[in-house]
Write a protein that binds this ligand. Structure first.
Ligand SMILES: Cc1cc2nc3c(=O)[nH]c(=O)nc-3n(C[C@H](O)[C@H](O)[C@H](O)COP(=O)(O)OP(=O)(O)OC[C@H]3O[C@@H](n4cnc5c(N)ncnc54)[C@H](O)[C@@H]3O)c2cc1C
Length: 395
């Protein structure tokens, strides 16, 4: 039986980052998880949240914990790109837009002071002057966070993280885990090809499969949700989109985080440049791996796609006749809007890093490091970080 100090189950954004941090700390690590399915509409195994070419990166946040994770992660992008030879970061800037006077703007400004961000504040008309394709309603305020804010390519970022984790000594096992259970000697992970992998401790970081009872003796209290994104095609080199930042818009003053978000035109596999946009979400709740599979097979929600398209065409009127398409995605929400990172009570050799909401693509390097510290540490529960991230459980 192959044996490691730590097995990380789930080779997505958090698992790859945690495996990197553990390998860099000198531990023997297996990173267990498959790559992206070739055909998501027929695949019957594991899915991930990160199958995309553009995800917003920014420090500006209403939650200082997320802002801190983002700043720490962004600080490592260039080094990981260089070591892996895989570029994933485009520092085009990111804007947060809300009705003038909204509380979310005040909270974001406060974060910007703490992180010394050289935020530029402007009106909707100022933004249109900088990026002619964008139209905003009157009386909206724009906070522009300059580079290195922008977007990351999550597919390429995971590839880069896996490459650097392997360079640092982690062993990648590209199989699904079919069971994770404690034994007299630690933890045994069974994989879909029948291998049993032994380890002292296991970290479960399986994204939307967070409520797969085969992988955890207790199920965490979190909510995987289906999400639908819309991509709209933009002519290559269209000057109206030149210099466009990533954007997060709260159309009403009460929206705490975001109601609508998107990434500038990005080349997608299959050709063309596409703006990607989504909402805070009206997707279905997914409880268990069968519902995750059914959601990806169904291809997303037509109602959510319609709402996103309508908003897109209002914000980018020149795209009204452009080609568009939808993609299904899934993310995991928690009551605190923060991930659950901690050990399973009664099964202390197993830990979780789950429930990363819609925020961890940009911040995965630091969230993964926090998860690595948790699973490697003897006294994590006493640390200052443990309390705000402590898992709750629900069968
Ligand atoms: C539509 C959408 C838009 C988003 N936009 C942004 C954004 O703009 N900026 C941002 O920062 N974040 C964004 N996010 C959030 C971000 O993508 C997630 O927070 C992040 O991917 C979570 O990482 P993870 O490792 O928890 O999950 P994932 O990246 O999903 O990785 C989980 C991994 O577990 C594996 N797995 C599952 N089951 C098993 C098993 N049985 N055995 C082995 N492996 C298994 C999967 O194959 C997968 O690789 C967005 C998410 C969505 C859905």
């Amino acid at each position: 039986m192959r044996r490691y100090e730590i097995a990380v189950v789930g080779a997505g954004m958090i698992g790859s980052s945690a495996a990197l941090a553990l390998a860099e700390a000198g531990m023997t690590v297996a990173l267990i998880g498959p790559g992206e399915p070739a055909d998501k509409s027929r695949h019957t195994g594991a899915y991930a949240s990160h199958y995309d070419e553009g995800r917003i990166t920014r420090v500006l946040d209403t939650d200082p914990i997320w802002a801190d994770w983002a700043a720490k992660s962004i600080a490592r992008y260039a080094e990981i790109e260089e070591r892996s030879g895989i570029g994933f970061h485009t520092p085009c800037g990111a804007v947060r837009i809300a009705p003038t006077g909204a509380a979310s703007l005040a909270r974001a400004r406060k974060t910007s002071e703490r992180f010394d961000l050289e935020l530029q504040e402007m009106s909707g008309e100022d933004l249109t002057r900088r990026c002619p394709a964008i139209r905003l309603p009157e009386n909206f305020t724009v906070l522009w966070e300059p580079a290195p804010a922008g977007y990351v390519n999550p597919r390429r970022m995971v590839a880069a993280l896996k490459t650097v984790a392997r360079q640092s000594g982690a062993v990648l096992i590209e199989q699904e885990a079919t069971s994770v259970r404690t034994t007299g000697e630690g933890v045994e992970v069974l994989t879909s090809d029948g291998e049993a992998i032994g380890c002292d401790r296991a970290l479960v970081a399986v994204g939307p499969h967070a409520r797969d009872a085969r992988l955890l003796p207790l199920l965490p209290d979190l909510k995987p949700f289906g999400r639908t994104v819309v991509q709209i095609e933009v002519a290559a080199g269209d000057p109206a989109f030149h210099g466009m930042p990533s954007f997060i818009v709260a159309f009403d003053s009460d929206t705490a985080n975001y109601g609508f978000y998107g990434v500038p035109p990005v080349p997608y596999p299959g050709g063309g440049y596409w703006i990607k946009a989504g909402t805070g979400g009206i997707g279905d709740q997914l409880d268990g791996s069968d519902t995750v599979r059914d959601w990806f097979h169904a291809g997303g929600s037509a109602e959510e796609a319609r709402q996103i398209r309508d908003t897109m065409f209002r914000m980018f009127p020149s795209l009204a006749d452009a080609r568009w398409r939808t993609e299904p995605c899934a993310l995991v929400e928690t009551d605190t809007d923060r991930p659950l990172i901690g050990r399973v009570p009664g099964h202390e050799a197993i830990g979780i890093a789950l429930g990363c909401c819609g925020f961890a693509a940009k911040s995965c390097i630091a969230v993964g490091k926090t998860a690595a510290d948790m699973i490697a540490s003897e006294d994590w529960a006493q640390s200052a970080e443990a309390g705000p991230l402590a898992p709750r459980w629900r069968d």
